[in-house]
Design a protein around this ligand. Structure first.
Ligand code: NOJ
Length: 715
């Protein structure tokens, strides 16, 4: 399609309409009749609906085909709609939430999961998914921790790339959809962990930590970016010219569409940044925002702004071109339905191959926090009790696509599938609602059930709907009811494993000494119950590691391993005038990178191929990692660096690489990583990423707390 020729033919109103995105419900049944429902609420005319450029949130391939067909009948230029959808942790077959994927430390499985959902959703008619969400998160109170791969810029960047590659492939097959990276930028740094709240941070912190994963996604070829709801240093992201134009477009070379988040244009007024929709439209266009999702600032005001000379038609043309180019790249002018295929959509949904991927992912993402030698349970166990509010609940996460909790394997189902001949009993013990107080009768029933069993699986934590958008929490402890349930059940039966469901780190301090064993299952998706049974009975070993620090108490957050030293780091436990709390240690309950398995590993001190390097050198750091336990397992070897002195202070540790090493019992392997100037670089006082001469500590470790380093000097 000759896009430029098409553009020339379009009227100003038709161009403006390309920049508008409405929910599919606005476009359907009223297209030829009265304007009602959501379309009426937005005050849309028949023309607005007929010309508009894209839509979001539609039911399935059939509805996509219907909407596109109606649209093409009405659109004077026959420009197909782009169909967008939140395919976050699966379309119909659901895999673990993104925080769990971060815990896999396994880019291959993350890519495989994204491919699976691209395959399913492409058949469902999706062209663009609003994923991956790569916001860095360091505050466990924020509900949207569950959508991110965690607290570390490097781990997040690796996972951002894996997801973009998984969704997009080469964008030329029926397994490929476009990735829209979000939420640009720094949405995860909302003050107080309260959703939609202000973000205020130095450019140094922003560029070095928060922008890293978006950049990685852009470099991996992501086709769209969604601007975030928040302000950054006083300017809302969607109207932030510095962020969108100077950084994203001019510095990073991103020439593809930028979309707003839901009604974020209109929210510029509530932010106190723009007095009305007209000014919001002007500000957003000047910032090079292309698509307005679910508000009408562009639609109702751009024409007047052009006529008044406040924006130019050329600016609008640039945005329209970016959108038309994407439609052309996807071949929509030739085939507006692309890969929408109701039969294929049905055949792929929950198919055995996809269930197998979801199961493998849930196994890899689980993190074993404690095991007093009670796990794995014997498969010949006679009487097993599944206790807790989430025993029989499908935990599919906050963005379940078109999946349903009823389609997911619950823990009790997974246990029954694994132990067909055992006697499995169940007691919930409490409801699982937030802040729930204990009910003696229900707890006593659960205790009785626990006493009568040979082993107990205790399912506590958060329901899928207790984290996610607009689900920030001020208290991230278990509820009083769940905490008492854990304590009483664990004292009633010492053979109890606690399965923690959550979309964020939970404070476990109050219960950790009572539980003989506990692992984090996150929100594991469609195959959760089967994967949990696989782990509990030792069919597979644990290989997940924490992608976010688990605090000792909520007052420690934001807490993350890569903190600054400060001028008064705490060096002794009884030190007073130092950076510490007087009522709580600085250390978390479980650090970033931590996780146990059914075997144990040891790693030797790191060794460098050379102790001094020039800027062009590649230095190799290596160590021997050994499986010192009795079964095979996978060690996650983590490369950290510390830059000792620099023109800006540097974190006490920064992750720069990781690898999984499969080891048989007793086996030892050498692991090595290459270090180049890029790994030592940071956003320095000069305003560039570069390494400064001096000493660096290099760690090869099994979690972020290692003190065993070797010194590398950069000349
Ligand atoms: C609002 C959310 O912030 C965003 O992540 C999502 O993609 C859009 N709604 C569309 O559903």
């Amino acid at each position: 399609m000759d896009i430029k020729k098409l553009l020339k033919k379009m009227t100003l109103d038709q161009k403006i309409a390309q920049l508008c995105q409405f929910n599919a419900r606005c476009l359907l049944p009223d297209v030829t009749g009265e304007i009602t429902g959501p379309a009426k609420a937005l005050d849309l005319t028949k023309e607005d609906i007929a010309y508009c450029g894209s839509t979001l949130t539609f039911a399935d391939a059939n509805s996509m085909i219907e909407v596109q067909k109606k649209h093409l009948e009405l659109d004077p230029n026959k420009i197909p709609l782009l169909f967008m959808h939140d395919v976050i942790h699966g379309y119909r077959t659901l895999y673990p939430i993104q925080l769990a994927l971060g815990a896999s430390w396994d880019a291959d499985i993350v890519k495989e999961c994204s491919r699976m959902s691209a395959r399913e959703s492409a058949a469902g008619g999706v062209h663009v998914t609003f994923s991956p969400m790569v916001d860095l998160v360091r505050d466990a109170r924020w509900g949207r921790c569950m959508e991110s791969c965690g607290e570390d810029p490097y781990l997040n960047s690796v996972m951002a790339r894996a997801q973009v590659e998984g969704f997009q492939g080469n964008l030329d097959s029926d397994e490929d959809i476009c990735a829209c990276v979000k939420h640009f930028a720094a949405y995860g740094a909302a003050e107080g962990g309260r959703d939609y709240n202000t973000v205020d941070m130095s450019e140094y912190n922003l560029r070095e930590n928060y922008l890293a994963a978006y950049k990685s996604a852009v470099e991996a070829g992501a086709q769209m970016i969604m601007a975030s709801f928040n302000t950054i240093n006083g300017v809302p992201a969607i109207a932030n010219k510095w962020l969108l134009k100077d950084v994203l477009r001019d510095e990073w070379g991103f020439d593809k569409p930028v979309i707003s988040d839901y009604a974020a244009f209109a929210e510029l007024t509530a932010h106190g940044y723009s007095p009305d929709d007209k000014e919001s439209a002007r500000l957003a266009l000047n910032a090079t925002a292309d698509i307005e999702m679910m508000s009408t600032c562009y639609l109702k005001n751009l024409r007047a702004l052009v006529e008044e000379g406040k924006v130019s038609e050329e600016q609008i043309d640039e945005s329209v071109l970016r959108i038309l180019e994407l439609k052309d790249k996807l071949g929509l002018f030739e085939n507006p339905y692309r890969y929408a295929n109701p039969e294929k959509e049905k055949a792929l949904a929950l198919c055995p191959e996809h269930r197998a991927i979801a199961r493998k992912a849930a196994q890899k993402c689980a993190v074993l926090l404690k095991n007093d030698d009670i796990l794995p349970f014997d498969k010949n166990i006679k009487n097993i009790a599944v206790i807790g509010p989430w025993s029989d609940v499908g935990m599919i996460g906050e963005w379940p696509g078109h999946g349903e909790p009823e389609e997911a394997v619950t823990v009790i189902e997974g246990i029954k599938n694994a132990l067909a001949s055992s006697n499995v009993t169940m007691a919930k013990g409490c409801e699982g609602v937030l802040n729930e107080l204990p009910d003696d009768k229900r707890i006593n029933e659960a205790v009785k059930t626990a006493k009568e069993a040979d082993a107990v699986i205790l399912c506590v934590g958060e329901h899928s709907k207790q984290s996610g958008e607009a689900h920030s929490r001020a208290d991230i402890n278990l509820s009083p009811a769940q905490a008492r349930l854990v304590k009483e059940v664990c004292s009633a039966n010492k053979n109890t494993v606690c399965v923690l469901f959550c979309g964020r780190p939970i404070v476990l301090t109050d219960i950790i000494d009572t539980v003989p064993a506990i692992f984090v299952a996150w929100q594991p998706g469609t195959e959760g119950g089967n994967a949990i049974a696989d782990l509990i009975f030792g069919n597979v070993n644990f290989e997940g590691r924490l992608p976010m620090t688990f605090p000792l108490c909520v007052g420690q957050v934001p807490i993350y391993y890569s903190q600054m030293s400060t001028g008064r780091p705490q060096l002794q436990p009884d030190q007073i005038y130092c950076s510490r709390y007087i009522d709580c240690p600085n250390e978390p309950l479980f650090p970033f990178g931590y996780g146990l398995s059914y075997t144990s590993f040891e790693i030797s001190s790191p060794v460098l191929s050379q102790a001094q390097m020039d800027k062009n050198d590649t230095v190799v750091v290596s160590a021997k990692v050994k499986n010192t336990g009795g079964v095979s397992g996978k060690a996650v070897v983590q490369l950290y660096i510390r830059d000792l002195f620099a023109s800006r202070t540097r974190p006490v540790k920064e992750l720069k690489g990781f690898t999984k090493v499969a080891l048989e019992a007793g086996e030892e392997k050498e692991v090595s990583f290459e270090i180049t100037e890029k790994d030592l670089a940071f956003y320095g006082a000069s305003g560039n990423f570069e390494a400064e001469a001096g000493d660096f500590h290099i760690f090869l470790a099994l979690d972020s707390t290692s003190k065993d380093f070797v010194t590398l000097n950069l000349k």
